[in-house]
Each structure stands twice: as C-alpha cells, then as structure tokens.
Design a protein around this ligand. Structure first.
Ligand code: GAR
Length: 205
C-alpha cells in the first residue's frame, strides 16, 4: 500500500506486542509499517527480536539522563524525527512520560494497557482484577495524553475471568488478546479496517 504510516514501537522488555504489530504490518495492505523499534532498556529482549526481523532498532538508556526525564524524551524525539516516524505505539514501555513528549505526539501516540480501562490503571492489573472479583477483564488500546492510562479509548478486548484463575494464567490469556487487539486498533485508528469482533453483548454470570 502506498503511503503507509511509519510507526515506531517503544518497548522496555519482551516485546511480544511489538512482534504482533510487526507481523500484522507484513501484509502490504496493512496501513502502517514498523519503521523503528526503540527501547529505554539496552538489553531489552524485544530489540533482538526486532533486529532479527530486519527492523531498525535503537536503544536510548534513561540512566545517563538521571532525573531529567525531558532530556531523555528529547533524545527519543530526535531519534523518531531522524527515522521519519509519523506515529508512535507504546508496547510495554514502562517509563512515565512527561507532558513535553505526550503533547508533541498528541493524537499520534497509542498505548496498550492490560486492563479494561478506566479500571485498573497502573501496575499489577491482573492481581488487582482478581482481588476486586471482576468477572470480565481484558486490555485497552488508547491514545496517550498527559494523564497516564487515561486517554481516549480506541479499542478493548474482554475475556471472562475463570474460577480460581491465577494472575499468571489470566495475564497470559489477556496477552493473547492484546496481540489481536493492538494491530486491529492501530489499523482502525488509521481508518482502514474494522475491529474483528461482533457487537453482541458478552454476559458472564
Ligand atoms: C503487556 O501486557 C502490556 O499491556 C503491558 O506490559 C506488557 C508488555 O508485554 N503494558 C503495561 O503494563 C503498560 N503500563 P510485551 O513486552 O510482551 O508486549
């Protein structure tokens, strides 16, 4: 497809959502190409996976910047500009962003979060979902704003929580949904495809 949007995926670790986006973008009709994978952790496993898939990678360690988050973000922003990036997907990027970067990329930065927002922003979402006794849990793709895990929702995938399910098992089942949701929500955000779910209600008793 001509004029595919050049996307950078920002990661901090494993990068399985990044891989899902890379695989979706292998389809020439997919509206985005993954043009860069950037990590704030130099030995993030996802960097090696991306490099093996032939994707340009860059590591910008946050440690040398100390407490100056904005200086770190300026370095990231420069790398994004250098790669001609049009849209950023956060995928397990575990640094809180300052308004400097989120404002600059407003409407052009997506995040995936492992809960049905606005429930359970922040960390340990699966443990907290189990402790709260929710019957439905899942994941959300949303636009990034200044407030962490609070931007406009672009898509969600829900699953029923199983009786006596462990947080690890729940995390694994939600992650499988993330890998379907993120490529679909990104494509829909770019105006090219519908989400693959029906609009039937999901009732869990
Ligand atoms: C994913 O579950 C993602 O939703 C979560 O981290 C994991 C990264 O896995 N993100 C957050 O918790 C953001 N606050 P991955 O590196 O294999 O994609």
């Amino acid at each position: 497809m001509a004029g595919r949007v050049r996307v950078a995926v920002l990661i901090s670790g494993r990068g399985s959502n990044m891989t899902a986006l890379v695989e979706a973008a292998r389809d020439p009709d997919y509206p985005a190409e993954i043009a860069l994978v950037l990590a704030n952790v130099p030995d993030a496993a996802g960097l090696r996976t991306a490099a093996a898939a032939g994707i340009p990678t860059v590591a910008i360690d946050h440690h040398p910047f100390g407490r100056d988050r904005e200086a770190h973000e300026r370095a990231i922003d420069a790398a994004l500009a250098e790669a001609g990036i049009g849209l950023v997907c956060l995928a397990g990027y575990m640094r809180i962003l300052t308004p400097w970067l989120t404002t600059r990329w407003q409407g052009r930065m997506l995040n995936i979060h492992p809960s049905l927002l606005p429930a359970f922003p922040g960390l340990h979402t699966h443990e907290r979902a189990l402790a709260a006794g929710v019957r439905l849990h899942g994941c959300t793709v949303h636009l990034v704003t200044e407030v962490m895990d609070q931007g406009p929702i672009l898509g969600q995938a829900a699953i029923a929580v199983r009786a006596d399910e462990t947080a690890g098992a729940l995390a694994e089942r939600v992650l499988a949904q993330e890998h379907v949701l993120y490529p679909a929500a990104l494509a829909r955000h770019l105006g090219r495809a519908a989400l693959p779910w029906s609009d039937r209600s999901l009732i869990v008793v």
